[in-house]
Unconditional design. Sequence first.
Length: 161
Amino acid sequence: MATRTILEGDNPRLRKEARPVKKINQHIIDLLDDMGQTLYDARGVGLAAPQVGALRRIVVIDVGEGLIELINPEVIEEEGQQRAEEGCLSVPGVDGIVIRPEKVKVRAMDRNGDIKEYEGEGLLARAFSHEIDHLNGVLFTDKMIERVYHDEDEDEEDEGL
């Protein structure tokens, strides 16, 4: 396992649509392992393959309940609405309010090639939606309805005056 570099800002790979995984081979297993390591090293909640430069439809998520690996994930059901703050490892220093579904059901392959369904509510639903957006070249800032500034942001701005 290795920690990969997380692409940031206006890197064009973040805006490209990821390709489906057709076959799970050692390259895909290594990518999953590296993405999990990278996620934990960055202290994130989720990471999509395009964020580490791999244009494949792969996502890893851990909201504190263990690592979930999703290959070729697709949202099959959404319910409700939640309005909450988000950030992104690829957009450091920016936080904002985004409206997402309250509940999400996702179908995806696991690393063994088995098709599974995952249901998420609250933070997990938000993470599913956020990371799957990455696979389609969409960043949370595209959906952000309001930027959120924290006290440390204001302190940095004051120092720059």
